[in-house]
Design a protein around this ligand. Structure first.
Ligand code: SAH
Length: 518
């Protein structure tokens, strides 16, 4: 059985109960780019997930390949969910997939979903029909090249329909507006662009038919978005019921370590940003465990074990488990964490740090440790990454401690930035880049393709970054690394943690908004 399943426009709450039931029992899920990750999570972990969406800059699979996959999986007797954004039969190519299944004799069913026009307009406060203003609606593709000979678009017929909703039209707004005006629609006709409707990033941009293309460029409206043309678009001004989130319409590129929990990305999404995650650090086990194992074998001899990252804690615990150690090996040993995230990672293993400094830098940790006062002649184990800075070791040594400074993991650069990140940078779609450590800076710049002849910042041999991109740094050391590469951070977090970073971005956005309206 193959289920052509409409996942709705974005808000996972808009999935039907039939859709949720099918997903929960899926053996294979073939999904699109617009299918929200929360919906994919409804499928059992054992279900095979096949990505069939368009990657930026190309198709992951052609429609023929998708049809063939559905037929093949269906014939194999598996329960296949073909998960689509919106409704499968509204610009979803569900008709072609159903035809392929019918022809192959594979049983299928169709579970409708809330199509983008219905969902996004409801959330934007735009009634598609209204007794006073609109008694007809058309759903139209804006993708079809209006100049193509043999275009099936009947513009004069469309001009006679009260509310016209264009899907896939963002790249074609000037043409669409021009054609509708030519066909007799007044240039002053109200229009609304609803971007990422029903998601936290939803944004509505109001204009007229004459000004919509310009407004969209100015406001950097991006797909997925709908163009609504007609008197009802005006109602959004009064009927919009969802407060726009502070980062709606903003794209944030989050440079992060692969294993690092995506807490930052999650919070940014909740604030309305479109987030692109770009792993810039991969964490690998050390090549040689001998020094680590020697240290772990005599844990009880340490006066203090200090952790400088959550990854360090995890690597420490993992190796300890491999060696068959028991938590009680740490009995009587003092513990220190460089900051709250590190402390949190420790608490998962019932390890309560004795020291967590107020300010989250290695220097502050050194000062806090020194305040313990009894380090002279004591052994200290510093469980850190291979690229830690020497400040902490020096400070501890100055306090008279005998420091075993051991790298518990290696940080390496990944092969490349994800295509989505490159594509967004290339097309000037990135508003912010966040950096949460010096190595995210150096590795990110390393991974950027160098393109001579483009507007560049940084030293001559440095990395090309579009000048409009704003840079958010987690703290003074990360900022310093940016400056070493000729890049000035737009904001620096204070306190130097994730909430501080979010706060700094929000404050800058707010100042910008006030500046613009002043
Ligand atoms: N089958 C889908 C449409 C797929 S075509 C449906 O029924 O909704 C893709 C187009 O749908 C996008 O280019 C955009 O115009 C529109 N779209 C999809 N999701 C959207 C959303 N959340 N907000 C606004 N438009 C959306």
């Amino acid at each position: 059985m193959v289920v052509l399943l409409g996942g709705g426009p974005g808000d996972p709450g808009l999935l039907t109960r039939a859709g949720a039931d099918w997903l929960a029992r899926a053996e294979v899920v073939v999904y699109d780019r617009l299918a929200s990750p929360e919906l994919l999570d409804l499928a059992p972990p054992s279900a095979e997930r096949i990505y069939a969406g368009k990657a930026p800059g190309g198709h992951a699979m052609t429609q023929e390949q998708i049809n063939a996959t559905l037929v093949e999986q269906g014939r194999a007797g598996r329960r296949v969910v073909r998960l689509k954004g919106g409704d499968p039969f509204v610009f979803g190519r569900g008709g072609e997939e159903a035809a392929a299944l019918a022809e192959a004799g594979v049983p299928y069913c169709v579970v409708p979903g809330i199509t983008a026009a219905i969902g996004a307009c409801a959330y934007a406060g735009i009634p598609l029909t209204d007794r006073r203003w609109a008694s007809s609606v058309a759903l139209v593709t804006g993708h079809e090249d209006p100049d193509r000979p043999g275009s099936r678009m009947n513009w004069s017929a469309l001009a006679g329909i009260d509310t016209v909703v264009f899907y896939m039209g963002v790249g074609n707004l000037a043409h669409i507006a021009e054609r509708l005006i030519e066909a007799g629609r007044p240039p002053a006709t109200p229009t609304a662009l609803v971007e990422r409707g029903t998601t936290p990033a939803q944004r509505t941009v109001l204009a007229t038919l004459a000004s919509v293309a310009e407004r969209a460029a100015e406001q950097r409206v991006q797909a997925p978005a709908l163009l609504v043309v007609g008197e009802v678009a005006r109602l959004a001004e009064r009927l919009a019921w969802r407060a726009p989130l502070p980062l709606a319409g903003r794209t944030v590129l989050v440079t992060r370590s692969r294993q690092q929990a995506s807490a930052l990305a999650g919070r940014l999404r909740e604030l309305g940003a479109a987030v692109i995650e770009a792993p810039t650090i991969a964490i690998e086990p050390p090549e040689d465990f001998s020094t680590i194992d020697a240290a772990l074998a005599r844990l009880g001899e340490y006066g203090l074990v200090a952790f400088t990252s959550a990854n360090g804690v995890e690597a420490f615990l993992a190796r300890g488990r491999t060696l068959g150690l028991d938590g009680r090996a740490l009995a009587g040993v003092r513990l220190a964490a460089v900051g709250p995230a590190t402390a949190e990672a420790m608490r998962k293993a019932f390890l309560e740090p004795d020291v967590v400094p107020e300010v989250f830098t290695a220097d502050a940790l050194a000062a806090a440790l020194a305040s313990l006062g009894d380090l002279a002649g004591r052994r200290v184990l510093l469980a850190r990454a291979d690229i830690a800075r020497p400040a902490l070791v020096e400070a501890l040594a100055a306090a008279g401690a005998i420091v075993d400074d051991i790298a518990f993991y290696r940080t390496v650069a990944p092969e490349a930035l994800p295509p989505e990140a490159l594509d967004a940078l290339e097309n000037n779609r990135v508003d912010w880049i966040t950096f949460t450590s010096s190595s995210t800076v150096t590795n990110f710049l390393e991974l950027l393709p160098r393109r001579p002849g483009r507007a560049q910042r940084g030293p001559a041999a440095g990395a090309p970054l579009p000048a409009a991109v704003r840079l958010a740094s987690i703290g003074p050391i990360t900022s310093e690394t940016l400056r070493e590469h000729g890049l000035e951070p737009t904001v620096e977090a204070s306190p130097h943690d994730i909430p501080g970073l979010l706060q700094a971005i929000l404050a800058a956005e707010q100042a910008g908004a006030e500046g613009a309206s002043a």
